[in-house]
Design a protein around this ligand. Sequence first.
Ligand code: ATP
Ligand code: MG
Length: 392
Amino acid sequence: MKSKFIICHYDEIGLKGKNRKFFEEKLRDNIRQNLKKIMSDKVEGFEYIKRISGRIIVKLTEDGEKKEEEISRALQNVFGIAYFAFAVSCGQKMNEIKKTALEILSEKKFKTFRISCQRSKKEFPLTSQEINEQVGAHIVERLNGKVKLENPNVDCFIEIVDSFTFLYLEKIRGAGGLPSGTSGKVIVLLSGGIDSPVSTYYILKRGATAIFLHFHSLPYTSPASLDKTKELATALNKFQLNSKLYLVPFIEIQKQIMTKAPAKMRVILYRRFMMRIAEKISKKEGALAIVTGESLGQVASQTMENMAAIEECVKIPILRPLIGFDKKEIIVKAEEIETYEISILPHEDCCSLFVPKHPETKAKIQEVIKAEKDLDIKKLVEEAVKTLAISE
Ligand code: ATP
Ligand code: MG
């Protein structure tokens, strides 16, 4: 039997009080955009998509019904959905509900089953429990199934809501989180490594929109590292609608730091320049924070002292979604979100150039400021911003 509707359930949006409508509408729009991405221009995959009480429903066209697998994959990346289901619908008379339950269950092989009704329409004459019992009895009689409330072979879900009745046999887990575009913009410092893409995933999951910023040392590093960063940005854009990638030449700043500042301070000074440039871009973009892939103590530049020294030069908040993650946990997530294979391709990061043997691990802010005294900070930042490129 073909599915006619997709029912999308969410949980956290339900807690949003007065903002609820805003969150639900964003989620509806995001679902629409994601469905459009997988349908060709000529094919309308769905007749309508709308909010009904506590859910977003999509009425599929015949063409849409044929694309169940692709739709399912796409919806699993839409933040804000707790779970969704491909459902059939019928009228609200008990004999129609029984008939439809029988139809969908007839297509399955099972011994034990359960009926799980959710009745959001309170005027409906029967309680959920009464519906479960009546539909259950019908299935026992017609299909010889046995009711089992714990771990049945098959669960038949019935939702009675507004003027609709939906029935389905499978709940598909969604990505959770909050709908993309509900928490404001951030500038993500995206390197070619494993951590920053995972960090991006977590900030996107909380409803932020990411604008990517990558520093490169062309011609000292290969153009392949830029391709890799673009590939990572594309991979991450499956969790949001498209976004920009800023590509900033960093070699001039690195050369100046190499020649004019103590070697042990290099990485900290690189990072401070990255933050200053990111802050400038955030103003232009209306972004509210900078996001990095740092995790406490993972490498020398990520000690508490060094992170404090790095962020001292900007006012904008710096968010570090991975701060408490172990490398292993980050890798597991990177594999799951399909960025790992891209991240492990060989590349040179701008920061792996000219790295000293003994970097500072407990930077003191006064010493860091002193280390920068011979650098024309304002000019270097302006130059970098002037020469940046944007890849859409
Ligand atoms: P990653 O795996 O994200 O590269 P890492 O463990 O290699 O992280 P570092 O190289 O110390 O850590 O970088 C810390 C953070 O600084 C990165 O997670 C990223 O947010 C930012 N960063 C580092 N290099 C770059 C770069 N070339 N362009 C943009 N951001 C960068
Ligand atoms: Mg790195």
